[in-house]
Design a protein around this ligand. Structure first.
Ligand SMILES: CCCCC/C=C\C/C=C\C/C=C\C/C=C\CCCC(=O)SCCNC(=O)CCNC(=O)[C@H](O)C(C)(C)COP(=O)(O)OP(=O)(O)OC[C@H]1O[C@@H](n2cnc3c(N)ncnc32)[C@H](O)[C@@H]1OP(=O)(O)O
Length: 224
């Protein structure tokens, strides 16, 4: 835990050296134009190990990559959603992927099609702090939404979260690794009912439990 936090803070210091309080787009008018242009964006796969990943996260990642060898599990690249959404809005991206390596949401999702379930390996970095030393509940909710949402979106297509109920049972230490197990419980028409648990890497601690209702969008209906 300490090592991955240190790595993240090193990245943070390096970034601070490069900027003076402003976002890269604010400092660079060329970048700012690109930011809001419709220029084609080459997606980077963030769902792969980087130096900020702790030993625990690497270990679990390697275990799941082994499970992928017989085809029962599939690692989902971080740009999987851009395959589902026809129009990519220039630089727009899932906000869980907007942080520098190690500072925010480090995660990878694996999918098992036969069992209609996903496993998300998640390490929440120092920018996601709530109570000192622990993850913010909103960050936990975000990660649950993204993990469970992905479990719904693969069979369901374009879905939106209509309801998310979370029981926060134990605080999650900052920079620790948790495993989010999500499953599709039931489909009724356009409604997909899912549930998930958030546990420690050794599975001994149950941190949170959640249920979610996702609605497959009706192409005939406007969202606004
Ligand atoms: C979540 C995954 C996103 C996937 C996006 C797709 C591709 C991208 C792929 C992957 C992305 C990767 C990961 C995902 C990452 C992050 C997840 C972020 C997800 C979000 O951050 S998302 C933002 C928050 N989310 C909203 O901003 C929704 C606001 N909302 C609405 O836009 C509408 O509300 C809508 C569209 C949901 C439904 O509207 P609608 O008009 O299509 O459907 P309608 O109202 O007719 O409901 C149909 C049936 O659902 C029942 N029903 C509806 N709502 C209910 C509720 N709350 N409780 C109980 N039942 C409910 C009705 O009672 C009826 O039931 P019945 O058919 O039995 O009568």
């Amino acid at each position: 835990m300490l090592r991955s936090c240190t790595a993240a803070l090193r990245t943070l210091r390096a970034l601070r050296g490069r900027r003076e309080g402003a976002s890269p787009a604010a400092r660079d008018p060329v970048l700012a134009r690109r930011w809001f242009s419709t220029e084609k964006v080459i997606p980077k796969d963030h769902a792969l190990p980087n130096p900020s990943w702790s030993k625990d996260l690497r270990l679990l990642f390697d275990q799941f990559m082994k499970k992928c060898e017989d085809g029962s599990w599939e690692r989902l690249p971080s740009y999987k959603n851009s395959k589902l959404v026809k129009e990519q809005l220039s630089q727009a991206q899932l906000f869980t992927r907007g942080y520098e390596d190690g500072l925010g949401f480090e995660y990878v999702i694996f999918y098992n099609d036969d069992e209609k379930r996903t496993v998300c390996l998640f390490q929440g970095g120092p920018y996601l702090q709530g109570v000192p030393g622990f993850l913010h509940g909103g960050a936990i909710a975000t990660m649950i939404d993204a993990a469970v949402g992905m479990c719904a979106a693969i069979p369901g297509g374009i879905v939106m979260t209509a309801n998310l109920n979370i029981n926060f049972k134990r605080p999650i230490p900052l920079c620790s690794v948790v495993v989010i197990n999500s499953q599709l419980d039931k489909i009724e028409g356009r409604k997909l009912f899912l549930s998930c648990t958030v546990r420690s890497a050794d599975e001994k601690i149950l941190y949170s439990e959640a249920t979610g209702l996702f609605i497959k969008l009706d192409p005939e209906k406007s969202l606004i």
